[in-house]
Write a protein that binds this ligand. Structure first.
Ligand SMILES: [Fe+2]
Ligand SMILES: [Fe+2]
Length: 243
């Protein structure tokens, strides 16, 4: 049995959707279900997002308020409580490692499904092309974060800013934000090509496993981008102001 208790707190519809997930991470599940973008589009207030998507604000607020709060869950500390260095370790160990493991595995399945079923649904032939572009852009992106931006943020935290090739971490952060938008659009395109990652009745097991993997990849990427766009980057910029 799942216990849900209405919180006494009143949610402010002017709070951004990104901030709502920073405050309480399990809100991301409801946002995923409602197709509310809380990572790349996380800087928009909830009221505006509901208007744009044609969702009833009162209904969304009521569902948010029914979610168990952190203190009602048996959960451990959230990523928002980590230091900058620990948050970077978490992002690299969890999300970057996940991508390095999953992208090649999914690539193999996507190519196989295109080969076997491409005649039946031509969108399956487009999928490996779109996925190859995602692999290329993410490979490059992860390397830039790990070699340039993340070490610079670690130096900021240790109060030891060395000479870097940029005047402010704001410069590489702007590049990373644009790349997140681009990766988000590519995943959106894959969702469109696969009818929302839903298998047709005739789909074989590999096809179903591929869609399952892609759905999981989308959710992990949203969480990953959320942790960077809405937690790590704003905090690094704040930190830079104090050194
Ligand atoms: Fe990352
Ligand atoms: Fe990133």
């Amino acid at each position: 049995m799942t216990m849900t208790t209405t919180t006494e707190m009143t949610l402010n519809p002017e709070t951004t959707v990104g901030e709502l997930v920073v405050e309480q991470p399990n809100r991301s599940r409801l946002f995923e279900e409602l197709r509310i973008d809380y990572c790349c589009g996380g800087r928009k207030p909830l009221r505006q997002v509901c208007e744009e998507k044609g969702l009833a604000l009162e209904d969304v607020l009521a569902r948010l308020e029914q979610l168990p709060t952190e203190s009602q869950q048996s959960s451990h500390s959230t990523v928002a409580e980590l230091t900058l260095g620990a948050l970077i370790d978490h992002i690299v160990d969890e999300h970057h490692a996940y991508l390095r493991r999953e992208l090649p595995r999914l690539d193999g399945m996507i190519r196989k499904v295109a080969r076997v079923h491409g005649e039946k649904d031509h969108r399956l032939v487009t999928l490996p092309v779109v996925f190859a572009a995602l692999i290329a852009e993410l490979g490059d992106h992860l390397a830039k974060e790990e070699r340039i931006l993340f070490p610079a943020i670690r130096r900021l935290e240790s109060g030891d800013p060395e000479d870097t090739c940029f005047a402010s971490v704001g410069q590489p952060i702007q590049v990373m934000l644009a790349e997140h938008d681009s990766a988000g659009h590519t995943v959106e395109e894959m969702r469109r090509l696969t009818e929302g990652f839903n298998p047709p009745t005739w789909a074989c097991n590999t096809y179903r496993a591929m869609l399952d993997g892609l759905r999981e990849l989308e959710a992990d990427l949203h969480q990953h981008i959320h942790e960077e766009n809405n937690i790590l980057f704003p905090r690094a910029l704040e930190r830079e102001q104090t050194v």
